[in-house]
Design a protein around this ligand. Sequence first.
Ligand code: ATP
Length: 215
Amino acid sequence: MHLTAENLAARRGEDLIFVSISFHLAAGDALVLTGRNGSGKSTLLRVAAGLLRPEKGTVIFHGEECPEGRQPGEVSHYLGHRNAMKSELTVAENLDFWRTFLGNIGSGAGLSIEDAADAVGLSEITHLPFGYLSAGQQRRIAFAKLLVAHRPVWILDEPTAALDANADGLLADLITGYLAKGGIVLAATHQPLGLKNAQELKMTGFAGVDAGVWG
Ligand SMILES: Nc1ncnc2c1ncn2[C@@H]1O[C@H](COP(=O)(O)OP(=O)(O)OP(=O)(O)O)[C@@H](O)[C@H]1O
């Protein structure tokens, strides 16, 4: 199983944000994107997740169940800046929606809603509307979403925003456990995620207004 990006370039508006980005991640690998605000981390994650069309290049996932290759967006969890939960629905209802909507990919199985909430330390409050939770609790439930459906790739944009030190450690443990089981993680962050052996890609931003990528 591997996730491969070749010669990626992306544009936002008029500007080329990056060019010539390539990486190859195998099962158990993590790549952490770093760089100042506006350097293109979210843009690269959105390209990898299939939410933004690249100007040039490809990102492809190959797995046992799809040796011919698939778009990573079809096999990944994408956790963006927002938590993608409905405030009016309870925590359990939100997780149940994502569990059903995303489904399992490959040979792994997602956790039950109770086990996933327990894994993020919030098993007591799954009956509450999501909107009642604190910002940190909401982010923890967004992590639980990663656990209720098995997907071979996690794409995480600033996953530790709004977290206390305890939750930082919890996320590091969740990611480490996922990598140990052969998951692939692509994450953007300003704070160290506490991962051992993660590769780092430093984004520099703004590759030019008119710079050609085809010549
Ligand atoms: N829809 C858009 N149209 C034009 N420019 C955009 C658009 N979205 C983002 N940009 C620009 O693209 C650049 C890269 O933004 P991006 O969100 O990828 O940066 P980032 O490294 O994730 O930043 P941060 O650390 O602040 O989250 C920024 O200069 C931003 O202003």
